[in-house]
Design a protein around this ligand. Structure first.
Ligand code: GUN
Length: 290
């Protein structure tokens, strides 16, 4: 069994991004700039956004954090998005999800200029990705495809089962795996799927993005399968300073020994998701610098 080290791969590619940033600056350009809009004080969202800002500093990007309280109006958000869309010094920006219930998330995402939509959530980017055109691809699926490639994992002709059909992970993941570059045969499993166990047990590559700790048990995994765990559920823990730890979807202890490759949680997909946002921001900066 090979443990896929997302931290190591992300660190290697971050060094490449830092070099590319230096090159842009030494050619007279400015550092790529990522802005993030954060609404409210959800602990998970706050820590994700803080990590994104820290990542930017590490590779020499500029970053800005724009914060609102939970009672922000849609109009206030739209005004800020409009400003960022038109700010020539901002290459890309994200609106951290989820948003409070009184805000229409889809309307907010559609207000972002697709050229600055480094999350790849705008329908224009989703549509381009679906049809194989150059686009910003959602960070987690993009990060996973990079991991598979860096570990030379054969995907062509393999049966890939994706658990979950979210717009952020499961659905785009299933599309990327079925496209010509990856060439897998894909099954998407969701909450209404019958025979989940049997389908999973037939997977050569199993990608779980359900957010349900312990969902994937050893009897659902074929010997020699590749298992990618996207789950990052915050669960209480008396072993950490924060009182929380991240739990994956996979019963790692019992599943790992059956796998050819497996990602741990933390340290597998998570660092690659953060890395992919940097890659998208670098790409946005290259386009806006030319
Ligand atoms: N919430 C959970 N994941 C993400 C993400 O990748 N981007 C944004 N904007 N919000 C999220």
């Amino acid at each position: 069994m090979i443990l896929i080290d997302g931290n190591r791969v992300a660190k290697e590619i971050k060094e490449e991004i830092a070099l590319a940033t230096n090159e842009i600056i030494s050619n007279g350009g400015r550092a790529p700039h990522l802005a993030a809009i954060l609404v409210g004080h959800d602990g998970g969202s706050e820590s994700y956004v803080n990590f994104k800002m820290k990542d930017c500093a590490e590779v020499g990007f500029e970053s800005s954090l724009i914060r609102f309280e939970d009672d922000v109006t849609e109009d206030e958000l739209f005004a800020t998005i409009d400003k960022l869309n038109n700010d020539v010094n901002v290459d890309g920006f994200i609106v951290q999800l989820p948003l409070p219930k009184h805000i229409d998330e889809n309307k907010v995402l559609e207000a972002i200029n697709p050229k600055k939509d480094v999350d790849g959530f705008h329908p224009v980017n989703v549509g381009k990705m679906m049809t194989g055109l150059p686009s910003f691809v959602s960070a987690t699926p993009l990060g996973i495809t990079i991991l598979l490639k860096r570990y030379n994992i054969e995907t062509s002709g393999k049966h890939c089962v994706v658990l979950g059909r979210s717009n952020i992970v499961g659905r785009p993941m299933s599309v990327l795996m079925s496209q010509k570059e990856m060439n897998s045969t894909v099954t998407v499993v969701h909450s209404q799927t019958k025979n989940i166990k049997e389908i999973c047990a037939s997977a050569d590559i199993l990608i779980s993005a359900m957010g349900k700790p312990g969902l994937v048990t050893a009897d659902m995994v074929k010997d020699g399968a590749v298992v990618i765990d996207v789950g990052t559920t915050r669960v209480k823990s008396d072993k950490t300073k924060s009182g929380f730890k991240l739990a994956g979807d996979v019963d790692f202890e019992n599943v790992a020994e059956k796998c050819s490759f497996i990602t741990p949680v933390p340290g597998g997909v998570g660092p690659m998701t953060r890395l992919a946002l940097l890659l998208n921001t670098l790409e946005a900066a290259k386009t806006s610098n030319t």
